[in-house]
Design a protein around this ligand. Structure first.
Ligand code: ADP
Ligand code: F6P
Length: 319
């Protein structure tokens, strides 16, 4: 395979730029030509394709976001849009496509390969860590570190005012950001979509803490866990403590990638090119027990994400 293209799709994640760099440099050093596609499948449909060289990816390793930009393109669910996209790649003689994104992006990549014969390989790039086949997705570590920074700052002010801090974090349907940030930030309560919570028990625990002289508590609330406004409104009534809600939002998606995400990006990118050089298609790369793996997209997407209940139960014994 001589010509490959790369795109980023779905929500951006820190480390995407580092992965773009790794893919591009590894491919160029293997004698391939590399094309960048802007705005994910939207740009692929519209033919927003340009040739990349080693300088295109200079000075991006440390930057959050994606120089290729990202988008959500609902039309890509239609075969006629995928035909347009494949025709655009074929105009440049591109045979292989690296897709950096989450499960939706991988589903689109598979359809493109099955219908149009483009060899595709996926790199898991999402802060949510919601893909079961890989221990970690690109961007998760940095996002959790951003949440930790916020917890530290919030703890200072909440402790000074004897307040309860409810911190809403991202993750879509997955509680991993909340779980990891909650444990590493010493949160008293972690509410995730995967585990049912009982507000009465939470209030009881806060009141017990209060009786022992501890009037400040941190509660991490994953966005998929339910109605955060209801929790924020109920707690002051049930505990008598002033309760503040902070929604971290898209701040979690930006920022310089951590060491862990830069290393993942380098290893994922290199493996993705090795997969394409072998002429394989419908593959995704990932990490299992610190070993880089690749596997079939359909197999990868069929594995159901298991929430780490043991880690969750451990967290409950640490506060
Ligand atoms: P993620 O890749 O992070 O899961 P999305 O679910 O938003 O993010 O998917 C990103 C893009 O992937 C969508 O905007 C769409 O272009 C494409 N996509 C998602 N689901 C499908 C599907 N079933 N068939 C084809 N393309 C899809
Ligand atoms: O998938 C990443 C993510 O940030 C989720 O955690 C969140 O639910 C969603 O994307 C937000 O999407 P948007 O950027 O379209 O608001």
């Amino acid at each position: 395979m001589q010509k490959i293209a790369i795109l980023t799709s779905g929500g951006d994640a820190p480390g995407m730029n580092a992965a773009i760099r790794a893919v591009t440099r590894r491919a160029l050093n293997s004698g391939m030509e590399v094309y960048g596609v802007e705005r994910g499948y939207e740009g692929l449909k519209n033919g927003e394709i340009f040739k990349m060289d080693t300088h295109t990816v200079c000075d991006i390793l440390q930057r959050g976001g994606t120089i290729l930009k990202s988008a959500r393109c609902l039309e890509f669910k239609l075969p006629e849009t995928r035909k347009l996209a494949a025709d655009n790649l074929k105009k440049y003689g591109v045979e292989g496509l690296v897709v950096i994104g989450g499960d939706g992006s991988f589903t689109g990549a598979k359809a493109l390969s099955d219908e149009q014969g483009i060899n595709v390989v996926g790199i898991p790039g999402t802060i949510d860590n919601d893909l079961a086949y890989t221990d970690y997705t690109l961007g998760f570590d940095t996002a959790v570190n951003t949440v930790l920074w916020a917890i530290n700052n919030l703890r200072d002010t909440m402790t000074s005012h004897d307040r309860v801090s409810v911190i809403k974090v991202m993750g879509r349907h997955c509680g991993d950001i909340a779980l990891y940030a909650g444990i590493c930030g010493g949160a008293e309560f972690i509410l995730v979509p995967e585990v049912k919570y009982d507000l009465n028990k939470i209030a009881e625990a806060i009141n017990k803490n209060k009786a022992l002289g501890k009037r400040s508590n941190i509660l991490i609330f994953a966005e998929g866990a339910g109605d955060v406004d209801q929790v924020r409104a109920a707690l002051p009534v049930m505990t008598g403590l002033d309760t503040k809600l902070t929604t971290l939002g898209h701040i979690q998606r930006g920022g310089a990638p951590s060491m862990a995400d830069r290393m993942l990006a380098a290893r994922f990118g290199a493996r993705a090119i090795d997969v394409l050089r072998k002429g394989l298609t419908n593959r995704v790369v990932g990490i299992k027990n610190n070993e880089i793996i690749d596997m079939d997209i359909t197999d990868a997407l069929s594995i159901k994400k298991e929430f780490n209940v043991k880690l969750y139960e451990m967290a409950e014994t640490l506060c």
